[in-house]
Design a protein around this ligand. Structure first.
Ligand SMILES: [Zn+2]
Length: 374
């Protein structure tokens, strides 16, 4: 039945019946289309153009509504709608087209012509480009550290673990139809070759990663491995904010390059976080980031059985420019005797990757990214 209906729909032409008082012609060489309303003398009319719609109300009756598809470079479609005492004509402009002021010309015996010239989009595109499908969500995965910076070192090296997990997350998300951008896909950092100073490389590297949170991307997840002086284990997930907890602050300084550089970048990020808390749109994004952190943590714990160290806010530099939900995951402690050894196992890293991917998918399917402000 549905097939039959679609066939009928294809066979029945629509939009052929323009009323006798309305016609138009494209003049591609001159770059405009002329719409002419040829009306009996004394017919009332008024018009209003706002944005991409030209509205003209004429005092002539129309038996029923019509939609016309003019196949024109300037007019996408024309709707004729019966309205009180007449007809409203709505001309929907193609992107880039615009309407000039209307003017009146004399018509044949007993009539006058109301003329609208619509300018074609620049470049005179004859055929409008095909309407693209809504794009697949784009997820940025950031494997922390790389190249000269190994990150935390214990039973494993942080930079190798984060890269391996990121590659696994990428495969899992791509299998679900998402697009994934990695900040790095091998053992390197994002600073140019000629920069020799370690701190300067680190600063450039972190800044380049942080800037991958803009553009047409939907989510950003930075992956890291923890280390602690006193034995500690478990998973914690962060979104951008300030912290009063000294241990969290020390972690942020370490992840922001450590030492003097780490302190400076942490301070800069704290002031970004302060501004974000005073900005409604940024605040909304922080709420979505927190929600993403909670979903990822929940899934990670479910997939691994690891210890829950909670969701917190902290001034991580890689999160500072984000206008999309952005989080930093600490998947475990490199120097914990059990957890460090688990991180060295491929099947455990696969569980971590599955948890991160599941958290991302939960949030995307819940539509959180769709309403996140830009
Ligand atoms: Zn790290």
């Amino acid at each position: 039945m549905r097939l039959l209906l679609s066939l009928l729909f294809l066979l029945v032409p629509f939009g052929w019946a323009a009323p006798s008082w309305l016609r138009w012609a494209a003049h591609p060489d001159e770059g405009f289309t002329r719409f002419v309303f040829e009306l009996p003398l004394g017919t009332a009319y008024e018009n209003q153009t706002s944005g991409a719609v030209v509205r003209v109300r004429v005092g002539l009756e129309l038996p029923e509504p019509e939609t016309l598809q003019p196949d024109d470079p300037a007019a996408e479609r024309v709707e004729l709608v019966p309205s009180a005492g007449g007809t409203e004509v709505r001309i929907y402009l193609e992107p880039g087209a615009s309407a000039k002021k209307p003017f009146v010309l004399e018509g044949p015996e007993g009539r006058f012509r109301l003329v609208f010239d619509l300018l074609h989009p620049k470049g005179g595109a004859a055929a409008p480009p095909p309407k693209p499908k809504p794009p697949a969500p784009v997820v940025v995965i950031d494997p922390g550290h790389g190249g000269p910076d190994p990150g935390a070192v214990g039973y494993v090296q942080e930079k190798s673990v984060t890269l391996d997990i990121a590659l696994r997350v990428k495969r899992l998300l791509e299998a679900k139809g998402l697009k994934v951008v990695l900040t790095r896909d091998a053992d390197y950092d994002l600073a140019p070759k000629h920069v020799k100073d370690f701190d300067e490389r680190k600063r450039i590297d972190l800044d380049a990663r942080a800037r991958m949170t803009n553009g047409n991307r939907n989510l950003f997840v930075s992956i890291h491995v923890n280390a602690a002086e006193r034995p500690a284990r478990g998973i914690e997930v962060y979104y951008l904010g300030k912290t009063l907890d000294p241990r969290t602050l020390a972690l942020a300084i370490a992840e922001n390059g450590g030492g003097e550089l780490g302190r400076r970048l942490t301070q800069q990020t704290e002031s970004t976080a302060e501004k974000a808390l005073a900005d409604l749109i940024a605040q909304g994004n922080l709420q979505f980031s927190k929600r993403l952190a909670e979903e990822i943590l929940r899934e990670l714990l479910g997939h691994t059985g690891a210890k829950n160290r909670g969701v917190h806010s902290a001034p991580f530099y890689v999160l500072r420019y984000a206008r999309i939900p952005a989080v930093l995951v600490e998947v475990g402690f490199a120097n914990h005797p059990q957890e460090g050894r688990r991180l060295a196992q491929a099947d455990y890293r696969q569980k971590l990757a599955a948890g991160i991917a599941a958290g991302i998918l939960d949030v995307l399917s819940g539509g959180a990214h769709a309403s996140a402000g830009r």
